[in-house]
Ligand binder design. Structure first.
Ligand SMILES: [Zn+2]
Length: 115
């Protein structure tokens, strides 16, 4: 499976998962998504691209929040992204790095500590 196929598989499964959450409840939908990630990881394709994507996005949100004082997403949306990254790192410990937004408070883009 190429990285592109992997991303596509995750994207489709997220859609499926969202649909399932409505039909069968949030927990069952999350379980399905987790199973998919495990499957991809077992195949030797940890969801690295999603992790990198989330990190880039979260760093930008932190910059807007801490440095510009102009967040463009709600706390809920931020938490959702943050928790997704947290979950991926928890389930794929080899992907966890010290510079992950889950490990650093404040803006990494400006190296500014949280006030
Ligand atoms: Zn900044």
């Amino acid at each position: 499976m190429t990285i592109q196929q992997q991303i596509e598989a995750i994207r489709l499964l997220k859609l499926l998962s969202a649909a399932h959450k409505q039909m069968i409840g949030r927990n069952a939908g999350s379980a399905l998504l987790m199973e998919t990630e495990e499957f991809l990881t077992e195949c030797g394709h940890p969801p690295l691209d999603r992790v990198e994507h989330l990190r880039t996005e979260l760093r930008q949100h932190c910059h807007r929040y801490y440095c510009l004082d102009a967040p463009n997403v709600s706390d809920d949306v931020f938490d959702q992204l943050f928790n997704e990254l947290l979950g991926l790192e928890k389930r794929n410990p080899d992907l966890l790095t010290p510079d992950s937004p889950t490990q650093v408070v404040g803006c990494q883009l400006c190296k500014k500590e949280a006030a």
